[in-house]
Design a protein around this ligand. Structure first.
Ligand SMILES: [Zn+2]
Ligand SMILES: [Zn+2]
Length: 285
């Protein structure tokens, strides 16, 4: 954790406008990264079927019933995150939502698991009456944060699967959601591109040129917005679907640079240029 803390501090020192979101993120990351997700028992029973579906382009979490151990682990992480946020020095609104959630979770112990299942299935909350005044987006954001930790063993398994079976789709091989970030990496084949899921944070390889949102590969419609004061970051845009992908072109700062919250300023720039963000956005701008 020490190195990640330091990396976040360095990043924010250069971009002080991210201070508040960084504080929130640091609390959550400490919990999620500190958690040793239990090996998912029983996942292998259906693994053969999962692999067959995967080869047809079905994300792993859509191929089978979702393992209960994952839901339980994510629900526990969600409770832990909420507890930590109530005691943090963060904006009043966050503290207030967290305190309300804590109180509701005490009364309704089945609710955290239900919320996790909802978010996995629909990326939203089906019956948000239970949440009373709490902002739904806040809970969805925390649920995905908890899931990104609870899915660690599964993501590891999928990473191994990706070694043998190319995926190269514009959506996540684990949860099926859309990428929030791109990363240009140097490999033995030259420069290649990885995408990072905006929800579960899984990484997968995608073709270097082309829009992951609409599959457009016409070079003349794919333009790059470069940033004078951010030499390692850029915005890849697509004239066809008017969407954009924030991309990290550097090396060594992946943990922070690919986290999405750390490049909020790029979302603002992309919007100013008339592009829209698709897929789930963890952080409203
Ligand atoms: Zn995902
Ligand atoms: Zn496009």
């Amino acid at each position: 954790m020490g190195t990640l803390d330091a990396a976040i501090k360095d990043w924010v020192n250069e971009r002080p406008y991210l201070k508040e979101i960084a504080q929130l993120h640091e609390i959550i990351t400490t919990i999620v990264e500190g958690d040793v997700a239990p090996e998912v028992a029983g996942a292998d029973a259906n693994w053969g079927r999962t692999v067959d579906e995967f080869k047809k382009g079905i994300p792993v979490l859509r191929a089978n019933e979702i393992n209960e151990a994952i839901i339980e682990n994510a629900a526990n992480l969600l409770i832990e995150i909420i507890d930590a946020l109530t005691a943090a020095s963060l904006p009043d609104k966050i503290i207030s939502y967290s305190q309300q959630a804590q109180a509701i979770f005490h009364k309704r112990t089945d609710l955290p698991g239900q919320l996790i299942e909802d978010v996995l299935e629909n990326n939203s909350i089906q019956n948000n009456a239970d949440l009373e005044e709490i902002d739904e987006g806040f809970i969805v954001f925390l649920a995905w944060s908890a899931l990104s930790g609870a899915l660690k063993p599964l993501k590891q398994q999928v990473a191994e699967l990706l070694n043998d079976h190319q995926w190269r789709k514009g959506y996540c091989p684990v949860c099926g959601q859309l990428p929030a970030m791109g990363h240009l990496v140097r490999t033995e084949k030259g420069r290649e591109r990885d995408l990072v899921c905006g929800c579960c944070q899984m990484k997968w390889r995608y073709r270097r040129i082309g829009c992951p949102y609409c599959d457009n590969s016409k070079q003349e419609q794919l333009k790059i917005i470069g940033l004078d004061d951010e030499p390692d970051l850029r915005i890849d845009t697509c004239e066809k679907c008017k969407c954009y992908l924030k991309t990290y072109t550097g090396e060594g700062k992946e943990q922070v640079a690919l986290a999405d919250w750390s490049t909020l300023h790029l979302d603002l720039i992309a919007k100013k240029h008339g592009f829209k963000r698709v897929g789930y956005q963890r952080y409203e701008v």
